[in-house]
Design a protein around this ligand. Sequence first.
Ligand code: AMP
Length: 312
Amino acid sequence: MRIVLLGAPGSGKGTQAQRLLARFGVPQISTGDLLRSAVGRGTPLGLRAKAAMDAGALVADQIVVGIIRERLGGADAATGYVLDGFPRNLAQAEALAAMLAAIGQPLDAVVLFNVDYAEIARRISGRRTCPNCGTIFNVHDHATPGITHCTKCAAAPALTQRPDDNEQTVTRRLAVYDEQTRPLIEHYRAQGLLRTVDAQGSVDEVTARLISVLTRKPAAARKPARQARPKRPRKAPAKAPVESKARRKSARKKARVERKAAPARKSAPRTTHKARSKGKRKVVRKKPVRKVVRKPARKPARKPVRKRARRR
Ligand code: AMP
């Protein structure tokens, strides 16, 4: 499974990526987490990225594409991954496509998380992260109201709030999302990779929807819905050619003159209805031909021979 999670900051991509890791065993690759880790360790790359991150801007493509290239080469990414927060603009999407084409492993899907901005503000302001295991919690969630310490780690470390989760930076991050990341929706839709999830509601509800769209057969493999037989277009009645009034009048006049000039024809005898019906061909049944059996001619009866009296 090679998928990209697409959505505004605070739409829940990170939380759901952790759920997919638990469910399918595919690693979550978050450019935000990788950059924060580099910043925290004070590496040269981290130092270069920090200023942009603090301002809520995008870190240079060259840096993030380099990080992704290295991370996708990891042994745990060989069977798949969930990309969270990458790509974030068209240049990164093209770099990713080229990288994956070179190793013959194209993306399976891109999932767009749909959440309204009021919900995003609520989620970002309440977001807390465990510095040890990275689990994301929210103080506004009814399951974890006002949570302060990690409930996953045995040592229960205190949760921290991201430095860029403040109101001013969030406004900038949302503007950057609209300008640079949102065009990816159409980019992936055109490639037939885009699937959309309603990301409002509880974490469990969103996870259920996400799993449902990921395990659903792609549109091309699904049985096409039975289509209603297309209606035959009604034939428009043939329109008589439009003639001008003057033309019709002259045609009538010509016909009258021709009738007068023509030699009077004997009109056919008028036929009455009766006569016409009589005129119908009668089906005459032929009488079967009788065989004439000729009686043999009677022989004329012989005249009795009179005996002559003998003359004496
Ligand atoms: P995130 O944790 O995904 O919200 O990212 C936090 C910050 O890291 C962003 O505001 C950016 O400054 C930076 N960042 C993360 N991913 C990228 C990326 N793909 N391209 C550029 N900057 C990124």
